[in-house]
Design a binder for this molecule. Structure first.
Ligand SMILES: CC(C)=CCC/C(C)=C/CC/C(C)=C/COP(=O)(O)OP(=O)(O)O
Length: 233
């Protein structure tokens, strides 16, 4: 079983369009699916689930859609605090959170605080996240520390970079499996460093329809693969 499963939840708008619904209803269905998805992953013993909920590039979407997504994420998190406490699931939100609404930022702080002590299940939501910016931030932080004389060139290694990335909140920063739904086969600036040896699974199913059977299909595919990490024979 993978320890960390990452997911790019793609296809909400197409799902809504096909069903004759509003875009916002597609995202609502997507949010509901994420709860079922993470619950099932945790039941199967997967430790970390990370979901790409809003990319830095998504700020470029129509103002109304952005507002709707921010408000959906805020309500979702606010209404699920007790649920995550009951389930003993830690929730972390990673990304450049400087542009998100104040109310969402407060809710993020609240849910992180309320669930920080849980160790066995970890849900990571990437909001206003960009893989390139994550690496850039890490580089800047290392340069600053070096200028202050806190680190030397020989200290800079993969482990140090990993500690500077936003995924430093989990003990399993590199996903074992990445699932992307809706038929698109790209990474779209999600985790870049972290995906170096991740197994990729692309499903044609739109995210709101990605049910337990589809998840099992992805996990079976993962289990059939031989992970060599570039060296094992
Ligand atoms: C944590 C939480 C409550 C999440 C909110 C819901 C959610 C699943 C958000 C993902 C948003 C998003 C940009 C999806 C991609 O589908 P798309 O909109 O690009 O659809 P398309 O590919 O059909 O255009």
């Amino acid at each position: 079983m993978p320890r960390h499963v990452a997911v790019i939840m793609d296809g909400n708008r197409r799902w809504a369009k096909r069903a004759g619904l509003l875009t916002s209803q597609g995202h609502e269905a997507g949010a509901k699916r994420l709860i079922e998805f993470s619950e099932f992953c945790f039941k199967l013993g997967i430790h970390t689930v990370s979901a790409f909920a809003f990319s830095t590039e998504n700020w470029g979407r129509h103002k109304i859609e952005v507002k709707c997504l921010m408000s959906l994420i805020q309500h979702y998190l606010k209404s699920k605090i007790q649920y995550f406490q009951r389930e003993e699931t830690r929730v972390s939100v990673i990304g450049n959170l400087t542009k998100i609404p104040e109310s969402l930022l407060r809710t993020v702080q609240e849910i992180e605080e309320a669930t920080r002590s849980y160790k066995k299940k970890h849900l990571i939501l990437a909001i206003d996240y960009s893989g390139r910016l994550d690496i850039l931030r890490a580089c800047k932080s290392i340069v600053k520390k070096s200028e202050k004389g806190l680190i030397r060139e020989e200290d800079v290694d993969e482990a140090l970079i990993e500690r500077e990335l936003l995924t430093n909140c989990t003990e399993f920063p590199s996903p074992d499996l990445l699932i992307r739904t809706s038929g698109e086969q790209r990474i779209s600036n999600f985790f870049l460093w972290q995906l170096a040896y991740t197994e990729l699974f692309f499903s044609p199913v739109l995210w709101p329809d990605f049910d337990k059977d589809k998840l099992l299909e992805a996990l079976v595919s993962y289990q059939r693969r031989e992970r060599r990490f570039g060296c094992r024979v």
